[in-house]
Design a protein around this ligand. Sequence first.
Ligand code: HEM
Ligand code: HEM
Length: 176
Amino acid sequence: MTAGAGTERYNAVARTLHWVIAVVIIGNIIGGFFHDALEDVVNVMPLHKSFGLTVLALSLMRLVWRVMNPAPPLPAHTPAWEKGAAHLTHALFYVLMIGLPMTGWLVSSGSKYPLNFFGLFDVPKFGITPDGAIDGFAHEAHEIMGWVAVFLIVLHVGAALRHHFVLKDNVLRRMA
Ligand code: HEM
Ligand code: HEM
């Protein structure tokens, strides 16, 4: 196999950002869906918001880095439809990595609770009307995107494991 035909890896910045963002998003999905159930044990929301805003900042950096550093090509044997499905999933992930925190930020802007970053400094709120149309839309969108993220993560992890254990190619290692 020649260099460039699936043997290259994502560079260190891309790999680091991928894994940090992945871990925080998965943690935030669990914290988001279970925050009511965990209420008596721990108030997860302040951490949820701070980690979510961290994802927003890292994802914007990652998007810029990605535009400047094209992804290594997939192995030559990959069928066109799989390449298309991978590109679509990755593009949707970028939409979610920015859309989830942005809608969360909007939801929190309409709430009475303070918004700060790990207790270090206050984060400004958008001037939206509590329980107004934007607040309602942001709430719905935040929840729906949470479910879409669960679906895409299952698909994405399934695809990564299939490449590694069934097709036995380099796709997982290039992000490891
Ligand atoms: C990685 C980014 C994020 C992910 C994956 C995420 C995911 C979720 C999920 C799955 C829920 C539960 C949805 C529901 O049952 O209604 C939720 C709720 C919530 N999230 Fe996020 N979130 C993220 C970022 C943020 C940010 C940045 C903020 C605020 C600055 C935020 C504020 C909230 C609030 C206030 C709720 C509670 C909504 C309610 O039940 O009233 N989220 N989040
Ligand atoms: C919230 C969780 C995750 C998100 C949002 C996510 C997002 C992404 C994105 C956007 C890409 C494309 C990289 C680019 O071109 O910029 C990617 C690639 C990749 N991810 Fe994830 N990922 C997540 C979790 C995982 C997990 C748990 C695994 C492993 C089991 C994984 C394995 C991979 C692999 C192997 C690639 C390279 C695929 C390729 O080169 O086409 N990811 N991921």
